[in-house]
Design a protein around this ligand. Structure first.
Ligand code: SPV
Ligand code: MG
Length: 546
């Protein structure tokens, strides 16, 4: 499979032109299979072919056009670009007559080289062309004029290996074998790398006669669409260099699409269709979705997939403000605490937010937020609320109190920190708070030092509401990040609490302290820039926060 850009793992040691030259100019028989867009090019490559024929007939037909130069040459170029992006094998493009005179051929060849097309075949007819199998005695180009097109093409190639095939239409147009040989000789002398000798007879007689008289002076390419009953071995023995299977993918697609459309139309159902057509998964595979998934792992920020569980079941005690709604829905300057928190989480790359509601749950509504309920909020604590969101605790997960406001940079710090469980701990808040208002106090393996060079890890040892002052290293702000592994540990801890009959009453400090006994729970120290809204005075502070 593929494009140097999309699929960098498939570099070719040869340029595509060199690879095509190796196919067409080598002594053995090669095969070029028709494709007309990126998808069919990839299918041809997957089948094992070593080269693609970008057919003028089928590219036109797949665009709903006739093979009469109705598609402009730059429109064909665009299709070729998709094909070259989709498959790494070389493409020989059907360049019709070269889209005009020598000057058009020059520009065409330069653009083909720039798009990594291995070669072009031009036919000795006049612009606008008509398909060779339509009508009789189509006018041929003047030999010298056509030789000028060949020379101009060869002089314009920017890849030395680029292959120019000159197509002789003399036999198709009812001219003699002599005329065909004379033209082939002139085109070869003008610099063509190979000759395509075309025939519309239903036997290979004239092709074989031409081949014999040609005598391997230059590689010969044939298109046995009409003389398809001739065994390939005959051509191999005759010394043909390459066979073009010119239109069979489009024809196969037409048959399959017509049959499928008809069946679905008649049955008004997919009965008989599923199982008979390629799977949607197959489309994804052909389109290279797996490579995209790999790239996403490499390039998208890891946190882009993080989820958050916001604990907002408790009533809060803000008097009249929480009479009709829980604390998380109290508005600060016209926007609820929860809306502000969700915005901050989104800014930090969190994609899915689950809110555990309880008190006045009908008031907790926010677009894009998933809600789960703790209907026993009056008799239970935070751990129980968290366990109500067990389905949301998988993969990288944040656990956040619903009544905190913190600056986005705090979230970024927690997301970027190493560790499977990471807590944001304010190193100064605990000192500033009035006694009795402190709650999630932290004892840690090291205190905050303020030293620029100090980046040694800090671990949680204990979290509680009532630690002796001399042991307090800070206050947890109610924001924790769990990696996928950390989320599994958290789930196990909730199970263990349930098994011990402690889940209903446990708070998060207990959960985290127990977790820290078995696993490293890391601390990221911050200095302020957050707020939890516990009292009406805090609401006043919050008004100044944003
Ligand atoms: C094509 O595939 O567009 C060709 C081959 O030119 S043929 O249709 O046989 O002329
Ligand atoms: Mg053609």
């Amino acid at each position: 499979m593929a494009n140097d850009m999309l699929f960098p793992s498939a570099p070719s040691p040869l340029s595509r032109a060199a690879a095509l030259r190796a196919e067409i100019c080598s002594p053995g028989l090669s095969f070029l299979m028709e494709a007309h867009n990126g998808l069919s090019a990839r299918i041809v490559e997957e089948a094992g072919f070593r080269g693609i024929w970008a057919s003028g007939l089928t590219i036109s037909a797949s665009l709903g056009l006739r093979d009469s130069n109705e598609a402009s040459w730059t429109q064909v170029l665009d299709v070729l670009e998709y094909m070259a992006d989709a498959a790494a094998i070389p493409i020989l493009v059907d360049g019709d007559t070269g889209y005009g005179n020598f000057n058009n051929v020059r520009r065409l060849v330069r653009k083909l080289c720039a798009r990594r097309i291995g070669g072009v075949c031009i036919e000795d007819k006049l612009f606008p062309k008509t398909n060779s199998f339509i009508g009789e005695r189509q006018p041929l180009a003047d030999i010298d004029e056509f030789c000028g097109r060949i020379k101009a093409g060869k002089d314009s190639q920017t890849d030395d290996a680029f292959v120019l095939v000159a197509r002789v239409e003399a036999l198709i147009s009812g001219h003699s074998m002599e005329e065909a040989l004379q033209r082939a000789e002139a085109y070869h002398a003008a610099g063509a790398d190979a000759i395509l000798i075309h025939s519309k007879k239903n036997t290979a007689d004239e092709i074989l006669a031409f081949t014999e008289r040609w005598g391997r002076r230059a590689p010969l390419v044939i298109v046995p669409t009409m003389y398809h009953t001739t065994p390939t071995e005959t051509f191999r023995r005759a010394g043909i260099s390459a066979i073009i299977w010119a239109n069979h993918n489009l024809r196969a697609a037409i048959t399959a699409m017509r049959e499928t459309s008809q069946r679905i139309f008649e049955r008004e159902s997919l009965e008989g269709t599923e199982g008979a057509v390629a799977t949607v998964k197959d489309i994804f595979r052909l389109a290279g979705n797996e490579e995209l998934a790999d790239a996403e792992r490499r390039y998208l920020p890891r946190r882009a997939t993080a989820r958050a569980v916001v604990l907002a079941a408790a009533p809060g005690a803000l008097g009249p403000l929480t009479a009709e709604r829980p604390k998380c829905m109290v508005e600060i300057r016209g926007r609820s605490l929860l809306a502000r928190l969700v915005d901050t989480l989104a800014g930090g790359g969190v994609r899915e937010v689950t809110v555990v509601r309880g008190y006045r749950k009908e008031a907790v509504v926010l677009p894009g937020v998933r809600v789960l309920d703790n209907d026993h909020y009056a008799e239970t604590g935070e751990a129980f609320s968290l366990s109500c969101a067990r389905t949301a605790i998988s993969g990288e997960t944040l656990v956040v109190y619903g009544d905190v406001l913190f600056r986005e940079e705090i979230l970024h710090g927690v997301m970027a920190a190493r560790g499977d469980v990471v807590l944001a701990v304010d190193a100064v808040a605990a000192e500033l708070r009035a006694p009795g208002r402190q709650r999630d106090l932290v004892r840690a393996s090291r205190r905050y030092s303020g030293d620029y060079l100090d980046d040694a890890p800090v671990r949680l040892e204990e979290m509680a509401a009532n630690l002796p002052a001399e042991q307090v290293a800070g206050e947890w702000i109610g924001l924790a990040r769990f990696s996928a592994r950390g989320a599994t540990w958290l789930g196990e801890e909730l199970d263990a609490l349930a098994a011990e009959g402690l889940l209903e009453k446990a708070d998060l400090p207990l959960v985290l302290t127990r977790l820290a006994v078995h696993h490293p729970v890391h601390i990221v120290y911050i200095l302020g820039r957050w707020l939890d809204v516990d009292t009406l005075a805090d609401v006043g502070d919050a008004l100044n926060f944003t």
